[in-house]
Design a binder for this molecule. Structure first.
Ligand code: ZN
Ligand code: ZN
Ligand code: FE
Length: 759
């Protein structure tokens, strides 16, 4: 059998099961697969087959299971045999897992030899992906290699009946990693118990850098406004929300509304940051997630976190990536000490090296289950099954922002953890390191590299450079096509489909900037069937940082005079506003849905400039978040048929919508009302366009992808309207709708082309 069956306590499970049923035989690991031979009574064999899967450990995930009869060998008993390393079977690397309940009980048991040991773990929990340097997954190939086991740990490690049998990171206070403290300047502090040192600094309003599983966090008291502001100032992050860690689900409920779905997400072994609706009057300081209706909450996932939160008492902690601004999370000790000097007052660190940087995952619990917004610790690198097999080993390099890469062979796609925005040099380094690491771990030597059509993405340049060396072919996939293919691969539907790809920006073959597209086809190929009306994008990249520019552009396009905006943008921007109003500015055209959000956000009273991607859109979504009252009346929109490049295309005319929002704003209607009416309009426009395409002979299935569909208010409204129209919606679950999902989509396109016998 294959799947996630190594490093998760699978062999002890098999051994216990076989022994209980008095079966003879053996179990062994063979390069990612588990091989089992059992002989005995036929009823017992049936029972064995049933319990093998149904009682498998939580972290195990069985992909394939093959069985057949063998000649009797009359073995004396059941044994666990040594791993064999020959053969070229598929390799599966387990994700990191939160401390399990059995380990937690020992952690707080004064009579246990690991009482309050911050690195306690077992076959069912602990670090995995972040400590693995090479395969096979054995201790010698992890960053635990430098910690020889003491006699009691070795006995547990070697005993097939023990829950630490072959738990590669197993350790205890006598033989394992240790905590240490360093001061603000990086100097070693040799003052008693490091944990209580960190706790007292946190209690006094200090900022502590804490080494976790995949990197350093910056932590501080989340209830103190002055402290959170100071963290923002030092980190250089003015407004992007921080995540908060609380002791348990009950503590989370004091800060946020908690559904059953949300609780399952919070408490699952992946322990992601879960976006929850904030409770009014919660003790969390306003600066933690300014102007957001949601708070990102996570529960402790390492023994160190459990100890910290318990010792701090019921106090929520800000736990944000240890970095400056939006750089990748620091994970190397020396680099962290250098980068976070001047940010942290204290470093709570340890001597277990992190081999692979890995951020916290972010999910949003929807009624139909949790949806990934950032896929990293706890989820990566669990494989995704492709609908079609890849004809040759393939690497997909993703996009530019929120980049992930993916390696694929056969029907397996291994999507990397979130790597970050490649405009940062550190993130680009993480990108090249991840490519090398995943190729090595999965023994995939790519014969083909798939990349975005954008010529300036760092990932595209990497692909071109590597192909220039010879031996690999290239496949360029248009950005929104990759989004749609990603959604298909994620939801397991192979098409044909109407793919709605709404995002900020994507390079298109026609010289305009796409981002509000309806593409019809399959993973192999799509044609553009509809799009949002294209308007000028004044100042390219600058327009993304200054939403007022899109507001002015959309107003001018709709025949309105944007002059009244001038009082909200500062006098120095007035000449540019006049130029946009008079349509005297040379600018590319864009059909971007993200930029439409920017425009409406500013019209509704949102910020003139933003400090992080999609800030204006998040502001608008927060305002539109469900708040009791009935549905808001949508604005008008129109669908117009027109010919483009010799083919008929539907255009969603946004001008009536813009005029409606502008009239509301000028009448002084609340931003909340405009936000809700806008969401209702866009949802209707999408559903109506899909219905029209479907009625005209198009598919009845719709895939919703692109970063705009991380917006839960829009996503759920569109899903509802599509259902009402008799269409079937497919949306993302495991892989984000944003550019973090591109690499999977790129692999899916390559695989679909292989089947068609194409490139
Ligand atoms: Zn455990
Ligand atoms: Zn030990
Ligand atoms: Fe995108």
């Amino acid at each position: 059998m294959s799947g996630i069956v190594q490093g998760v306590g699978f062999r002890p499970h098999v051994h216990q099961l076989a022994t209980r049923l008095s079966l003879a035989g053996f179990v062994r690991n063979q390069l990612g697969q588990v091989e089992i031979e059992v002989e005995g009574d036929s009823a017992a064999l049936d029972e064995f087959a049933r319990c093998l899967v149904s009682q498998a450990p939580d972290l195990a995930s069985i992909e394939t299971l093959r069985s057949g009869p063998l000649p009797l060998r009359r073995e004396p008993g059941f044994s666990i045999e040594a791993s064999t390393h020959e053969g070229a079977a598929e390799v599966f690397i387990p994700p990191d897992a939160a401390t399990c309940s059995a380990c937690l009980a020992e952690l707080f048991d004064p009579s246990d030899r690991r009482h309050r040991y911050p690195f306690i773990n077992c076959t069912r929990c602990g670090p995995r992906l972040t400590i693995i340097k090479a395969v096979p997954y054995d201790r010698a190939c992890t960053t635990m290699a430098g910690f020889p086991l003491c006699a009691p740990c070795r006995a547990e490690y070697e005993d097939p009946r023990d829950r630490r049998f072959h738990a590669q990171p197993v350790a205890c206070p006598a033989c394992g990693p240790r905590l240490s403290l360093r001061g603000a300047g990086g100097e070693e502090r040799d003052a008693g118990d490091p944990l209580s040192g960190a706790v007292s600094v946190l209690r006094d309003g200090g900022i502590v850098a804490i080494k976790g599983l995949g990197g350093y966090h910056l932590a501080c008291d989340a209830t103190r406004e002055d402290v959170v502001r100071e963290l923002r100032r030092r980190k250089g992050r003015p407004s992007k929300p921080f995540a908060v860690m609380v002791a348990d689900a009950a503590a989370a409920r004091e800060l946020c509304h908690l559904t059953g779905e949300a609780r399952a997400s919070l408490e699952g072994p992946a322990r992601p940051i879960t976006l929850l609706p904030s409770r009014p009057g919660s003790p969390v300081a306003p600066s933690v997630a300014p102007e957001s209706a949601w708070l990102g909450v996570m529960l402790p996932y390492t023994p160190l976190h459990h100890l910290l939160l318990r010792d701090l008492g019921a106090r929520p902690l800000v736990m944000t990536s240890g970095n400056r601004s939006d750089e990748p999370i620091a994970f190397d000790d020396a680099v962290a000490l250098r980068q976070l000097r001047g940010v942290a007052d204290l470093f709570l660190t340890h001597d277990r090296p992190i081999h692979l940087r890995c951020d916290d995952s972010v999910v949003r619990p929807l009624a139909r289950g949790p949806v990934a917004l950032r896929r990293a610790r706890g989820y990566a690198p669990a494989p995704v099954r492709l609908a079609e097999p890849l004809a040759r080993p393939t690497l997909a390099v993703g996009g530019q922002l929120k980049c992930t890469i993916a390696v694929g062979s056969g029907r397996s796609a291994f999507v990397s953890h979130h790597l970050g925005d490649l405009e940062y040099f550190e993130a680009y380094r993480a990108f090249t390191a991840a490519v090398a690491h995943y190729e090595r771990l999965y023994r995939i030597a790519p014969e083909r590299i798939v990349h975005d059509l954008h010529p300036d993405y760092a990932s595209t340049l990497y692909a071109l450079e590597r192909a220039a060396g010879g031996g690999v072919e290239l496949l360029a996939v248009q950005h929104h096509h990759a989004h749609v293919a990603s959604c298909l691969a994620d939801s397991g539907w192979s098409g044909p489909v109407i793919g709605v790809a709404f995002d900020g920006t994507g390079f298109a073959p026609d010289g305009t900037v796409w981002g509000g597209e309806l593409l019809v086809g399959t993973a192999a190929s799509v044609t553009r069937a509809a799009h949002l009306r294209a308007v000028p994008l004044p100042g390219g990249e600058q327009a993304i940082r200054e939403p007022w520019r899109m507001a002015a552009s959309h107003l001018a396009d709709a025949g309105e005079d944007p002059a009244p905006l001038s009082s909200r943008i500062g006098p120095e921007r007035r000449p540019l506003l006049d130029a946009i109003a008079g349509r005297r500015l040379r600018a590319p055209l864009t059909s971007s849905a993200g930029r439409l959000f920017d425009a409406v956000a500013f019209i509704a009273g949102g910020p003139a400039s933003v400090s992080f991607e999609a800030q204006a859109a998040l502001w608008l979504e927060s305002l539109a978040a469900p708040g009791g009252e009935g549905e808001d009346e949508p604005y008008e929109f129109e669908l117009a048929q027109q010919m483009e490049h010799g083919a008929p295309v539907l255009v969603i005319d946004t001008r009536p919508l813009i005029r409606g929002a502008w009239a509301d704003a000028r009448r002084g209607r609340e931003a909340r009302v405009i936000a809700r009416r806008f969401h209702a309009t866009l949802a209707r426009a999408v559903a109506a366009t899909c219905a029209r395409l479907s009625a005209g002979g198009g598919p009845r299935d719709v895939a919703l992808s692109g970063g705009v569909f991380c917006n839960a208010v829009l996503l759920e409204a569109v899903e509802r309207l599509l259902r009402d129209a008799g269409l079937r919606a497919h949306a993302h679950r495991r892989v984000p709708a944003n550019d973090g999902g591109l690499s999977l989509g790129q692999l899916a396109v390559a695989a679909a082309r292989d089947r068609k016998g194409g490139a």
